[in-house]
Design a protein around this ligand. Structure first.
Ligand SMILES: Nc1ncnc2c1ncn2[C@@H]1O[C@H](COP(=O)(O)OP(=O)(O)O)[C@@H](O)[C@H]1O
Ligand SMILES: [Mg+2]
Length: 267
């Protein structure tokens, strides 16, 4: 297997108790990619952005993705987040084949289960901080009272309460990214995808954003984060290295060792 990440775990204990059952359920991957490929065709030029990517991510795992510019990191994250489709291979999200979903179903899953943080923040310029963070909940049809309560709660958590009525252009990069983190968090997504979230930030703001991601991870979110910064990659439990669209290393997984120690055998 190219990347050596945990595949279907096999329970090796003789008489599984409730704890074992829980561990087994916990160990069923939330993301399963097998032989995933992506070819872009533009002006008769083919770019193989991803080739034979096989990867499992367990619920609650924090995975970082590293690799040189152009190696396919953003493409991988876009496919994981259902913003783009693979041209080969399979993607099972919580066990369901995503290629079989309609556009409406994909949009629904994106809205309910996935939060994005981009390197360039991607806030909407003519909406206030409050409205930007509120938007995912508006799409979901959450009631006004609940929306307002949840937006206030996440803005407090990222330390942006005093800037609720500001527009993105009135904020520093670090503040904009904290708002983007709030927007990604407000829907309490099961999966958080972050594409170089600290790439445009100074180290103080970078640390602040990483603290928020660690908090989210502590609360059970599954995180896949692209980063060039080794300081931040260490926040993750596992680092996948991409090169020319292929996973070249990712076998060493702390999570995997913990599972082995707790009585699992990784196939
Ligand atoms: N929409 C697109 N059309 C054509 N080629 C693309 C497109 N998006 C990305 N690529 C190409 O795919 C490769 C991987 O890109 P990307 O995933 O953005 O890399 P990274 O995020 O690692 O810098 C690059 O060669 C890039 O030029
Ligand atoms: Mg990129």
């Amino acid at each position: 297997m190219p990347c050596g990440v945990p595949q279907s775990p096999v329970v090796t204990v003789a008489s599984p108790g409730p704890g074992t059952l829980l561990a087994f359920v916990m160990a069923t991957p939330i993301i399963q990619l097998s032989g995933l490929g992506k070819v872009f065709r533009a002006n008769e030029v083919e770019t193989h952005a991803l080739s034979a990517v096989t990867l499992n991510v367990l619920p609650g795992e924090f995975v970082s993705i590293a690799g040189p510019s152009g190696c396919g990191k953003t493409t991988l994250l876009s496919i994981l987040g259902l913003l783009d489709s693979p041209t080969a291979g399979r993607y099972l999200l919580t066990g369901k084949a995503v290629e079989k979903l309609s556009a409406t179903e994909r949009a629904g899953i994106r809205n309910r289960s996935i939060g994005f943080i981009f390197q360039t923040f991607n806030l909407i310029g003519d909406l206030t901080v409050f409205e930007n963070v509120e938007l995912p909940l508006t799409y979901r049809g959450v009631s006004t009272a609940e929306r307002h309560e949840r937006v206030r709660e996440v803005l407090k958590r990222v330390g942006m309460t005093s800037r609720m009525s500001h527009y993105p252009s009135q904020l520093s990069g670090g503040q904009q990214q904290r708002v983007a983190v709030a927007r990604a968090m407000v829907g309490r997504p099961a999966i958080l995808l972050a594409d170089e979230p600290t790439g445009n930030l100074d180290s103080r703001n970078g640390h602040a954003v990483m603290e928020l991601l660690r908090d989210l991870h502590g609360n059970g979110a599954t995180i896949c984060m692209v980063t060039h910064d080794p300081r931040y990659a260490h926040a993750a439990e596992r680092t996948l290295h991409l090169f020319d669209g292929r996973i070249v290393d990712g076998a060493e997984s702390r999570e995997g060792h913990e599972l082995e120690e707790s009585g699992f055998e990784l196939a």
